[in-house]
Design a protein around this ligand. Sequence first.
Ligand code: 3HC
Ligand code: NAI
Length: 692
Amino acid sequence: MTALTDMADLSIEDGIAIITIDNPPVNALSQGVRQGIKDGVAQCLADDSVNAIVLICAGRTFIAGADITEFGGPPKEPGLHPTLADMENSSKPIIAAIHGTALGGGLETALVCNYRVCDAGARFGLPEVNLGLLPGAGGTQRLPRMVGPEKALQMVTSGAQIGADEALREGLVDEIVANDLRAGAIAFARKVLTEKRPLTKIRDREDKLIAARENPELFDKVRKSIARKTRGFLAPEYNIRCIEAAVNLPFEEGVKEERKLFMELMTGSQSAAQQYFFFAERQAAKIPDVPADTPEIPINKVGVIGAGTMGGGISMNMANVGIPVIMVETQQEALDHGLGVIRKNYENTASKGRISAQDVKDRCGLISGSLDLSELADCDLIIEAVFENMELKREIFKKLDEIAKPGAILASNTSALNINEIAAVTSRPEAVIGLHFFSPANVMKLLEIVRGDKSGKDVIKTCMAFAKRIKKTAVLVGVCPGFVGNRILAKRQAQANQLILEGALPHEVDKVLFEFGLPMGPFQMSDLAGLDIGWNKETSKGETIRDVLCEADRRGQKTGTGFYDYDKNRVPSPSPVVEKLILEFSEKTGHQRREISEDEILERCLYPMINEGAKILDEGIAIRASDVDVTWVYGYGWPVYRGGPMHYGDSLGLDKVVATLRKYHEMTGNADFEPAPLMVRLAEEGRGFKDL
Ligand code: 3HC
Ligand code: NAI
């Protein structure tokens, strides 16, 4: 065996050369890999003893794509294009041997080989769209030639992967190797040689493109079908244009178009934000003071207290991954209702074909109910999701302390209460932690894990790993009112409320934030959650617009009216009644209404969020700025193409954010506009949150 570079080596066995890539953890196409492939192919071509070449990877996967850490830096020779061109032009057959995930540039590398074999677990995809990109090394031109434009469109616009069986059916691979991939690939290479199979090149194929040339509506159909999901994103449309080019242009022209559009995306702000977010998400899993060898507590059975909105959704998460869960309520009626809602949710999903009838049965079968808290005695993790009331929660945790087995984790789903105060009523505060799910808990990807002063490291480690098991992205935060997500949300809501007193109307505020890319504005969100959360009819004195609306029985979507009027399909329309109530309230509270620009709405809603994020960082409530961003993207639908509030602040320039905050501070006197000392310092040093 000869080393080609420190990431690739070459061995020759009876006329078959094997180039092995070894660049852990995912064999990304770093410079050393490209150099290794290029040199390896050149050596094989120059060596008369070599008749065919197998390209295979060591470790857990075939090449999973370009090396994202190299993006944005100076180009490192050799580039991917010349490397792939050498492969495609090889006069000796090249066979890709694929295991794990052949993604992005990895799949593009496989597509310039003459043949592809894989093991049964291999997966294939072009996920560049998730990085705000498109496959820039010929993938958009070769994939439709292999699998047809329709399938290619679906793959490049969603980034979804396909498995080995589908790849074989679609013609993407030539053979699935049953046992040893390396031996199987070598045997396949020999077969190619003995059968004198041609050196086919995907680029020369046209057969699967012809039908699409006669069916140009195909592209608009796809555009329409993904429009809602991809609102605001550039990359999906660019990917579609590349496949259109593959169908309508000669190969070389198509490649040129692909490269042009790739460069546009690569140099744009959306891809920068999405690449940033790729690493932000992975960083969030790393907890500096919890060493990797910290033991984990096995979680085999979960208890959930409260079968309401959150308890039900939380329980579904467990059942979805096969973990038995028991829900405890105080009344049979509430329990039956909770279990019924879960069943209905699963049946709805099944009716859309997303799970089978058997799945519904299996998942419901994993969820049991009880009215007796002591039935939680054998649970490894107990999650409390009762009303947001400190006394009630403390009472429950006192009981849990008596009931739960030693070593069990006692978690609260509180959205704002102090975990330390809850932990203090138990004799085992190290076992207590916050697990803050987001509504709907079976859908939203975020899990805010709230670390109390005494939460054990094993408990933290277990919860972080457990989050991954139930397919959530976890962010570890400290104790403060509202934690990270809701604390920042409160600042935005305060400004939104203020803006409607000063002159804007709810739908005007919502429109600006919707157009910014958020799924909905603050008033639509309030209507959805219910305006009466935390509101009390007996004590309400009409001190806020919210009080006024609740007093008028406009309590949000559930009552058919709130800030908006809703039709029977829950489609909102601005309400003249609300407008009148707002105008009266403005006048009563001494506000001189004025025209408010869209820029002002945006800045006043978003900049205090960045400011609060800076305070949260300074207080050590979040470990890093990117954790705040992960919280907002996965918990509140902040558009990932803008990275998150902290990345957005950095992209604006913190000096600009500070100056604008000062302007509004002067104008309103509101302390939320007083720039956080951390942000002022960073701005003065010309740095950003990313530099912390
Ligand atoms: N470049 C650089 N680093 C990468 C990487 C890449 N393409 N893909 C993964 N990594 C790193 C991760 O940052 C992580 O690092 P860390 O351990 O220091 O946090 C490590 O590899 C392991 O990654 P995961 O934690 O994500 O491991 P999983 O096993 O959960 O997932 C994976 C593996 C499915 C390969 C997943 O990492 C992934 O989806 N990677 C990105 C794939 C991708 O987007 N490829 C396209 C790249 S763009 C491209 O190819 C352009 C081309 O068209 C020109
Ligand atoms: P909910 O009112 O829908 O459900 C609460 C359930 O707890 C009710 O079914 C009630 O019967 C039950 N319950 C009350 N006392 C109980 C007891 N002693 N033993 C067993 N069950 C009892 O409330 P929701 O919305 O599910 O909220 C629950 C918790 O989750 C709260 O702490 C809330 O702040 C938090 N949360 C709520 C979110 C939301 O959007 N609704 C989001 C994130 C957290």
